[in-house]
Ligand binder design. Sequence first.
Ligand code: HEC
Length: 273
Amino acid sequence: MMPIVWWVALLLLAVQFALWKLRAGTFLWTLASWFSIYLFLHFGFTVPVPQSVISLYLGITTLATVAYVTSDRERLRNFTAPLVRLCIEPGRRPVLYGVAVLLPALAAFGTWRSMNVPLEAPAFGRTIHPAPPDSITVHDKPFNLITLENPYRKLEKSDPAAFARHLANGKRVFYQNCVYCHGDAMRGDGMYAHGLNPIPTNFAEGGTLALLQESFLFWRVSKGGPGLPEEGGPWDTAMPAWESFLTEDEMWDVILFLYDYTDQRPRAREVKE
Ligand code: HEC
């Protein structure tokens, strides 16, 4: 197999040959050459070329093109001739109007596309969960995270009506507090998410809640970003320490709701042999 760079180079040479055969004017020729270099930089290499390098080379190309076109009066006149004809000849009005609409439309599309980037996890998104401490103190009450369970989980079987009340309360807590960042479908795409780095955790995908125990979530919800351990930083996350705003029950209830809404189960505790 020939490397891709040769295919692209061959194609561009073919274009140059065709232009030469067609006796293309200076304008078309210059434009085609500029675009050829652009295409070559973008598609000629299998290894990713950084955008900054492409911009640098295109900048040099543009300067060289301008220098070439303006270095000779005759050439400059040849270059601008089609543009002048486009502007003054009545027969070319439709094309002129087309260009007048197309250029702003292209600029608008470019802006729309650059604004419309999908929200992607940054390099240090929470793919590896931080190690929790063994014990924490919430509202002056000590909790041993190694043995801690969600006190209301057992109601799921023993008292479904009471469990449903806890879920309803958890739902209220979520939509009053968490939705702004974690999103209305818990996909981590709430209205503030765009300004945050790391982005809020996406609970809808299988890789978070199902791998965690409820005691872990209780730690993360109560202590938030400020409660993250020193190691493995930087942990400058926007996740608030909810112990300052929610009661212990509200935190357990919202954890129930996270699992219920996303149809997932907490990770089972390992049984020590
Ligand atoms: C101001 C934005 C914001 C709000 C509001 C917010 N979170 Fe977060 N949350 C984050 C960010 C950002 C992260 C990811 C970084 C991190 O793990 O600290 C996160 C992470 C988490 C995690 C850790 C998940 C993991 O994989 O370790 C849990 C659990 C969580 N949030 C639950 C909640 C709950 C419950 C609420 C509502 C009571 C809430 N969050 C409200 C921003 C927010």
